[in-house]
Design a protein around this ligand. Sequence first.
Ligand code: RTP
Ligand code: MG
Length: 148
Amino acid sequence: MAEKAFVMIKPNAVKRGLIGEIIKRYEQKGLKVVAMKMIKMKKAQAEELYKVHQGKDFYQPLIEFILSGPVVVMIIEGPRVIEAVRSINGETDPLKAQAGSIRGEFGISVRKNIVHASDSIQSAEQEWKIFFEENEIFEYLCGFENEL
Ligand code: RTP
Ligand code: MG
């Protein structure tokens, strides 16, 4: 089965009307969205998602920010998808992110850095299980896969 990444469009990006712009970038790279929904995250889900950062200075404000509005959560599949998505997103600090990356083009704040993506196959599975049931993940042929 193809590798999966968990990806989230953060509340500031939803409020700025960037949902389509962001998803377009994953799709045009050839990656496949296999699950997606808009949610108001629960506090327990935010704490689980960011548990590795518990105790750090930015943890509490990060949780508050993530709960501050709706987010779009997705599972994306493709070859080397973790690397692919992180490269499309750009570095954590938008001012250091490569021009042309999502954070490079649309971000200014480290905390409110537009998108989240898993950093390994293992963390991806832990993360998407916070938000999705197995029956919400779809298997389908994408793009030219249908026409060959
Ligand atoms: P992400 O997990 O969101 O894809 O981002 P990342 O791997 O590039 O960054 P990570 O180190 O995992 O940090 C998670 C999120 O915490 C916020 N953050 N704020 N100094 C700060 O104020 C600070 N550092 C990190 C960011 O929202 C970052 O995406
Ligand atoms: Mg991270």
